[in-house]
Design a binder for this molecule. Structure first.
Ligand code: 1CP
Length: 334
């Protein structure tokens, strides 16, 4: 059995597997080297030779228990024909969203645009060195994708003023997103992904009254879909105020927590396996502090099925040596 499945399915508490969000990325010099010569980020994700190599980079250095495929949640709008670009120091920049156009996209058009992501997963999953590792496929949650597609850039500062103006449009787009997320998930699984993580990076932007329509209902539909494929599903409803309510309604197989929540409260409230929590900024401090903070999570969850991870993606300025230290701390704990 794969390490994450032992925890998620068997509820094994005798060890804590570890992987980290954005483990394939900018903190690694070998990634920056490839990135330097590949200025177009989407093209890089669609280059299955390079994207499979980037996926493997952190596993060559470190004893992680899972590979997460090098791609992006914004491959979905890209596959639907919306323009997606990444600008240095600015982040994602999306083109105008045309409902007529995305309504006319069919599954074949979509898969044709993104099939190289699946080819990369196939390459990674058929690598015998990864036989005892999980291969994590992922998608953005419908709400988070809706945010990028309508807002056309990161909502870091705020959502467009007229974001919620056209309810009809929003609900139509949500249904289209949900339909193609299922296509995207199915193809990742068919090519060897054996866990799916759903990233809802912007669920914290919503008021409580809007959660059922934008988060709970569409995410539940995806969670049920992944379960129907007999694959575990991990949800990350980042900065949601009520993780318990989310878990009660959406019922993922495991939940990733962000670094603002109190792990003791999570332990009390949540029965399903937990992943993550450590603030990525801790990796910018020193060994002693890292040990203290990592041990806090390991202690709190010592009798609860727990996958070690961060409370958000690793920061680009992280020293890879600190990742090495973290893995050792986690592996030596039990
Ligand atoms: O070199 C670069 O400039 C590219 C940086 C980068 C990388 C390495 C982006 C742009 N995406 C990725 C890869 C990526 N994105 C992965 C790969 C696998 C791994 O984890 O190693 C994953 C899982 C994602 C997921 C993703 N993309 C999320 C969800 C997680 C999160 O960070 O909240 C989101 C919101 C995105 C959008 C996105 N893509 C890239 C950036 C910088 C962003 C965030 C922009 C913003 O702040 O809104």
């Amino acid at each position: 059995m794969k390490p994450l499945n032992k925890v998620i399915i068997n509820k094994d508490t005798s060890f804590n597997p570890i992987w980290i969000m954005r483990q394939a990325g900018r903190y690694l010099p070998e990634f920056r080297e490839i990135r330097k010569n590949n200025p177009n980020f989407i093209d890089l994700c669609l280059n299955d030779t390079l994207s499979s190599e980037i996926t493997l980079q952190p596993l060559k250095r470190f004893d992680f228990d899972a590979a997460i495929i090098f791609s992006d949640i914004l491959m979905l709008p890209y596959g639907l024909g919306q323009k997606v670009e990444f600008e240095k120091k600015f982040g994602p920049k999306l083109g105008e969203l045309n409902l007529n156009e995305i309504s006319n996209i069919d599954e074949i058009d979509f898969v044709e645009k993104v099939h190289r992501v699946y080819k990369a997963i196939k390459k990674v999953s058929s690598n015998p060195d990864l036989n005892d590792k999980n291969i994590i496929g992922f998608v953005g949650a419908p709400w988070t994708l809706l945010v990028y597609m309508i807002n056309q850039k990161s909502p870091k500062n705020n959502l467009k003023k007229d974001f919620f103006n056209d309810n009809f449009l929003i609900n139509r787009i949500l249904l289209i997103i949900e339909k193609f997320l299922k296509v995207h998930i199915k193809n990742q699984v068919d090519n060897g992904a054996n866990i799916i993580q759903i990233f809802d990076s912007w669920s914290g932007l919503l008021e409580e009254k809007d959660l059922p329509n934008y988060v709970y209902t569409p995410t539940l539909s995806l969670v049920n879909f992944v379960k129907s494929l007999n694959i575990p599903v991990i949800c990350f409803p980042r900065e949601i105020k009520n993780y318990k309510e989310f878990c009660d309604i959406v019922q993922p197989d495991a939940v990733n927590i962000d670094y603002n929540v109190d792990p003791k409260k999570i332990l009390k409230d949540i029965k399903i396996p937990v992943q993550g929590g450590l603030d990525p900024k801790i990796l910018l401090t020193d060994y002693e502090n890292l040990k203290k903070e990592a041990n806090k999570y390991l202690e709190i969850f010592k009798d609860h099925p727990y996958i070690f991870n961060l409370g958000h993606g690793i920061l680009p300025e992280t020293n890879p040596e600190m990742v090495e230290n973290l893995i050792k701390i986690v592996k030596d704990f039990k």
